[in-house]
Write a protein that binds this ligand. Structure first.
Ligand code: RFL
Ligand code: PHB
Length: 389
């Protein structure tokens, strides 16, 4: 088989790239290790920057999102029983939207299928060959048979545990990582959200987040120990702990119900450099991870896709390699800023095991400064709604 761009990974990054390139007449094949149902069963991000929304529109897959998403003009930050709002609209003129990663992925799959896009599921042993030559190809097996795809370029959209990053030799690749000493326990429940805006809650007992998917679907998180497993937490224990971490006014009106999903995610900051090796480009979680506190994971994947898509179009339409040659540099410049925001918001709002009384006072002073200072709020808001591409 031959294609122009072989895409490894059928998550949001790979599907969005495939769909955008298709609109420009550029041929792709997507290789996905799991089944479609498995990919759609993962509950992940919930907040989209307007840059992401614009890309979905450009890809021609925004109809349902435009109808069903919720615009959020601000967010609440609380500490103990005190709270304040950061008004994105006043401070930046922009906003974010609530539309889950599951829905984004479903819309992209629907669009790819409607256009007969080539997606191969259940692929094993995906291997990249000759990425640093002019004749790269990818091999894989499905149902015991080996296949080969010859291509011009390879997009490594296969997430943190994929093969693409590992293909880049260690003599070329440099990795930067920070692990945090806690995880997030997340619960999805068919209950109305406790508040119309998200609540990022810092408390003596640890961090909590009240988020949502729609009027009757709520997503809540609490900071938990890395040694915990979801089975350690009954629904009742989860709700009790959440209520203790958010202001009483919200705890009193929180509607609880059975969890329909419960999982723990460890928190990590990670960047690999460069994001290009010859004809292989890394995108999304394959190249970088952020702790979810700033809601940047999926959104940084989208900015990578924006740079790569435009670079590839520039190459195929104008025979100009400038965009692809500068892909890594452009993507990394934006990613490091999202890494900084996600890291600093995580530090601001979580309890760390080694914090002493002085550290706690510093953390509280940071939150008070954000509450009282319009410029500090403006910096937070600019980062949250998304830095320009
Ligand atoms: P994905 O979504 O991981 O998709 C990669 C796809 O590649 C496939 N794959 C392979 N396919 C073929 N061959 C191989 N060898 C392969 N290896 C892997 C995988 O099956 C998968 O389908 O990466 P992508 O597309 O870059 O998208 C990135 C986002 O998914 C990610 O940034 C966010 O979901 C991060 N994230 C969150 N971000 C937020 O903004 N807010 C959140 O609340 C939030 N929660 C989360 C998250 C990530 C989590 N992970 C990675 C465990 C919660 C979790 C649990
Ligand atoms: C979510 O709704 O899953 C969500 C929202 C905001 C975050 C992280 C996760 O910062």
């Amino acid at each position: 088989m031959r294609t122009q761009v072989a895409i490894i990974g059928g998550g949001p990054s790979g599907l969005l790239l495939s769909q955008l390139l298709h609109q420009k007449g550029i041929d792709t094949v997507v290789l996905e290790r799991k089944t479609k149902d498995y990919v759609l069963g993962r509950i992940r991000a919930g907040i989209l920057e307007t840059g992401f929304v614009d890309l979905m529109r450009e890809a021609g897959v925004s109809d349902r999102m435009d109808k069903e998403c919720f615009v959020h003009d601000g967010t609440v930050i609380s500490f103990g029983d005190t709270e304040f709002s950061i008004n994105f609209k006043d401070l930046t003129g922009s906003h974010v939207v609530v539309y889950g990663q599951t829905e984004v992925t479903r819309d992209l799959y629907d669009a790819r299928e409607a256009m007969d896009g080539k997606i191969v599921f259940n692929t094993d042993n995906v291997t990249i060959h000759g990425a640093d030559t002019d004749t790269p190809f990818v091999t894989y097996t499905t149902d015991g048979a080996e296949h080969r795809i010859d291509c011009d370029y390879i997009a490594g959209c296969d997430g943190f545990h994929g093969v693409s990053r590992q293909t880049i030799p260690l003599t070329v690749r440099r990795e930067y990582e920070k692990l945090y000493p806690f995880g997030w326990l997340g619960v999805l429940s068919e209950t109305p959200p406790v508040h119309e805006e998200l609540i990022y809650a810092c408390s003596d007992r640890g961090f909590a987040l009240c988020s949502m998917r729609n009027e009757n679907l709520s997503r809540y998180y609490i900071q938990c120990s890395l040694s915990d497993s979801p089975e350690d937490w009954t629904d009742a224990a989860f709700w009790t702990e959440l209520k203790r971490r958010i202001p009483a006014k919200y705890a009193e009106k929180l509607v609880t119900g059975p969890s329909i999903e419960k999982s723990i995610a460890p928190l990590r900051s990670f960047v690999t450099e460069p994001m290009r090796w010859g004809r292989l480009f890394l995108c999304g979680d394959a190249a970088h991870i952020v702790p979810p506190t700033g809601a940047k994971g999926l959104n940084t994947a989208a900015s990578d896709i924006h740079y790569l898509y435009n670079g590839l179009v520039q190459f195929y339409e104008e025979a100009d390699r400038e965009g692809i040659d500068r892909y890594s540099e452009k993507a990394l410049a934006r990613i490091w800023k999202a890494e900084r925001f996600s890291w600093s918001t995580t530090n601001l709002l979580h309890r760390f095991p080694y914090q002493n009384e002085f550290d706690l006072k510093m953390q509280r002073a940071d939150i008070d400064f954000l509450r009282d200072n319009r410029e500090a709020q403006s910096v937070f808001a600019q980062n949250y709604v998304g830095l320009p591409y």
